[in-house]
Design a protein around this ligand. Structure first.
Ligand code: FES
Length: 183
């Protein structure tokens, strides 16, 4: 008389075990897809940080560490701003401004890349190359990435090489002599 009861329990146990294994398997297999929809660490943390711009001389570009993310802050000369603004949008590889402070459809005009009209000299961009993440070097014409030869102009827009997108402008606010990142 005990045998049928044991069989039912065994079947239930086997069923539960199989369901658990299937659930774990589905979870593991779907993680790469599901993770695409999660915000990355940079977006989810988005911490605030204030940078004193008085230390960045005209014509100078500094790299700051924004909680683990290198950011270029460039105080452009008037002629560098003019050169960045003279670039024809049609010639750009990536036509979008990639500026987190404005509409995502905004085009890559230099005025859409700098902070605001009071501060057109300041260019603030996430530093790693948009190809595979190497650190570009500062040049007179913008930046060059030594890894595979991508180059960026004085507005951080890609002009050459395998990189497909412009260096992105992070969330930030200009406040006369300071920059607040991550607002
Ligand atoms: S990582 Fe910069 S060009 Fe490849």
């Amino acid at each position: 008389m005990l045998t049928p009861t044991l069989n039912v329990n065994n079947v239930e146990l086997f069923y539960s075990f199989t369901c658990a294994i299937v659930a774990i398997g589905v979870g593991i297999m779907s993680w790469p897809v599901a993770s695409q929809f999660l915000p990355n660490a940079f977006v989810s943390v988005n911490p605030k940080m204030e940078v004193d711009l008085r230390a960045v001389c005209c014509g100078q570009c500094v790299t700051i560490n924004w909680f683990g993310t290198p950011v270029f802050i460039r105080n452009r000369l008037a002629r560098e701003v003019r050169a960045a603004r003279a670039v024809c949008l049609r010639k750009l590889k990536d036509k979008y401004a990639r500026n987190a402070n404005i509409n995502s459809n905004a085009l890559a005009f230099d005025r859409n890349r700098c902070l605001d009209v009071r501060s057109e000299n300041w260019l603030v961009v996430i530093a790693p190359c948009t190809h595979l993440g190497c650190m570009p070097s500062v040049t007179k014409c913008g930046w060059v990435c030594a890894c595979h030869g991508s180059s960026y102009d004085l507005s951080g827009r890609v002009t050459n090489g395998p990189a497909a997108t412009n260096l992105s402008v992070p969330k930030c606010v200009y406040a006369v002599s300071a920059l607040v990142l991550g607002t």
